[in-house]
Write a protein that binds this ligand. Structure first.
Ligand code: RP5
Length: 157
C-alpha cells in the first residue's frame, strides 16, 4: 500500500472518508465490455498518460459479469476515482450500468466492431438513450481519445 494523505484540520462529514484514500490511487477508471475493446479504449488511457493523470484499465461486461460491474461502480468513489470512462459495443449497456451504481460522472464510448449493426448506431443509441435522472455523457463512435480529454477537463474544472 502506498502513502496515505493526512489532514490536520477537523474534517467535515463529506471529507472524512477521503483521508484513507491512497495518494497514488487512480483518478479515472477506464472500463470496457470485452478484451476486444482494448485497442480502441487504450486511446483514452494515452490521453491521460500524456497529462500524467493516474488511471486504471479494467475489462468487465455488463451482461456477462453484472455483479462485477455493480461492485466496481459502487466502490469507485470510495477508492478515489473521480470520473469513469466506459466503452462498449453492440448492446452497449456498460456505461449505463456503471452510472446506475455511482454518482461519479460517467463518459460512454460507443464502439463499432465485428458484431455491430448499422455501423455502430446500436452502441450509440444504447449509450445516449439513458432514462432521465441517470446521465451518461457520450463521445463519438470509437472516439475514446475524446473521452480521455473530457475526463481531464472534468478533473480540471
Ligand atoms: C460488448 O460486446 C463488448 O463491449 C464488445 O464491444 C462486444 C463484443 O464482445 P466480444 O464478443 O468480443 O467479447 O459487450
Amino acid at each position: 500500500m502506498g502513502e496515505v494523505s493526512s489532514i490536520s484540520t477537523p474534517l467535515t462529514e463529506a471529507e472524512a472518508p477521503l483521508v484513507e484514500i491512497d495518494v497514488n490511487a487512480p483518478l479515472v477508471g477506464i472500463v470496457m465490455g470485452s478484451k476486444s475493446d482494448m485497442e480502441a479504449m487504450e486511446k483514452a488511457a494515452a490521453e491521460l498518460e500524456q497529462r500524467e493523470i493516474l488511471h486504471e484499465l479494467r475489462v468487465m461486461s455488463a451482461h456477462r459479469e453484472p455483479d462485477v460491474v455493480a461492485e466496481y461502480a459502487k466502490n469507485a468513489q470510495m477508492r478515489g476515482l473521480r470520473v469513469i470512462i466506459a466503452g462498449a459495443g453492440i448492446s452497449a449497456a456498460l456505461p449505463g450500468a456503471v452510472a446506475a451504481h455511482t454518482e461519479l460522472p460517467v463518459i460512454g464510448v460507443p464502439l463499432s466492431g465485428r458484431l455491430t449493426a448499422a455501423g455502430g448506431l446500436d452502441a450509440i443509441l444504447s449509450i445516449v438513450q439513458m432514462p432521465p435522472g441517470v446521465p451518461v455523457a457520450c463521445v463519438g463512435l470509437d472516439n475514446a481519445r475524446n473521452a480521455g480529454i473530457l475526463a481531464a477537463q472534468i478533473l480540471a474544472a
